[in-house]
Design a protein around this ligand. Sequence first.
Ligand code: NA7
Length: 547
Amino acid sequence: MPPTKLDALIIGAGFAGLYQLLCLRDRQDLNVQVLEAGAGVGGTWFWNRYPGARCDSESHSYCYSFSPELTQEWQWSERYPQQPEIMRYLNHVADRFDLRRSIRFDTRVTDAHYDATENRWQVTTGAGDRYSVTYLITAVGCLSTANVPSITGLQDFAGNWYHTGEWPHDGVDFTGKRVGIIGTGSTGIQAIPVIAETAAHLTVFQRTANYSVPARNVPLTPEFQQYVRDNAALIRATMHSTANGHPFVVEDQSVFDVTDEQRTAIFEAAWAKGGLQFRANFRDITTDLAANATAANFIKAKIRQIVNNPATAEKLADIDHPYAAKRPPIDSDYFETYNRDTVELVDVRAAPITHITPSGIATANGEYPVDIIVFATGFDAMTGPMLRIDITGRDGLKLRDAWEAGPTNYLGLQIPGFPNLFTVTGPGSPSVLCNMPVAIEQHAEWIAACIAHMRTHGIATTEATQAAAIEWVGQVNDAANATLLPHAKHSWYLGANIPGKPRIFMPYAGGMARYREICADVAAQGYVGFTLAGANASPSPSATGPG
Ligand code: NA7
């Protein structure tokens, strides 16, 4: 059978793939197909069904904003959306915009290679189906490749084990079970209080202690829901103007502009209010170590106040990195959960996990018997989802070779040597440092505009130049180094959670608003930094790099 010919193929039907489809199919009338490994839409949210799974962005901001009608008709029920509500939303979007007819589910892309003679991407699926496409767009998410650490003995464990990012769709019953959970990142911090409600005993294996601020989740009042409808344009404008794409603005004051008493009062109010905006009360919390220490010490004092057992409190408060240098979690009763008699904290930094036995988890200090193991151990973030597809560009260049020393690309959008391949929220873009739907909409629209430009001007290929990519990687490093983010040595932003992964700070930390301007300028200057080639392509200024 000859391959199916398409204008564009999109990999993934999460937030990114759905909107990219709409941009290309409905606004440009292209022949587009989405291939999705899952049995339904949702991407990351399709797989992350673990107990307590909830978004840390506030619901009225964790959604698309491109359609005023959609914003008006959809009503969120809680301050932070739970996974099932996000799934309902994305299914609603898929139906409302008639997207399903262009999506093939249960279809994993295994292989994509660029055929220079045809100037097309040849794509193969796990079932052996083939596609030949002009534009290939990865919308594979940043956190979709589960990381199950290689621990000796796991295969002989007699109980069941699960990774939070590949959670069974019919759930897991913890009633009466002894459960071990490894990992205290955002996911572990959400799951631990919920699992503790039914488990007979819960042992938490903590390698790196973590900050967390109360989420203060509540049902949304009719007044707030009306406020969101009445102020949709203003909320959107605010999200587009802020560094993190959230609807809150960072206060333009230093931690040291106020007295100790005033600062404590501000932190107390922020703690009472809850949420990610805890860090937004002062402009220097994320950039200045001394300023950061005031927030860090406040949270550590809260941990010691909340947790009754002083030894447990000390382990939880013994945090080795500045606040928000790793992704700052928010929680519902996380630290309070350690006051349950049935919950135990094990410090596996002090006494590492050595192996798994048929009946438990063994550390240097002895064995902890468990019936179920939950791996809340994160993801091979950002590059993992791309690298698990066998992608080959121009002249046989494999993506895994091009990225051997870390991801090199231009604006997180395109990789030199891989013409007409576009990467939604690729490494090098703000992505995970931003409220994701905001970053996704900007990328999908930029990619769609680039493709429209190509078609209008008869341009056959768009490809990032090596010079532009190298220069951009430098800018990504500079942006990170202007913050405290690199101070967290064990962060997945750096790839440090995956043994052998190159340690490169991956997301662009210069802020979403600035990044949006950079991308717009690049396009306005005729896609400077990209080589545009083809019959009618005007000479590209890109050959000289981004300038
Ligand atoms: P994270 O943030 O990567 O957290 C993973 C946790 O698992 C973290 O505490 C890790 O400790 C721990 N971990 C990983 N491997 C091991 C091994 N081998 N032994 C012990 N502990 C281990 O993933 P999440 O799923 O919580 O969150 C990912 C993102 O999803 C989050 O940031 C939000 O953006 C949404 P470590 O810190 O590496 O020492």
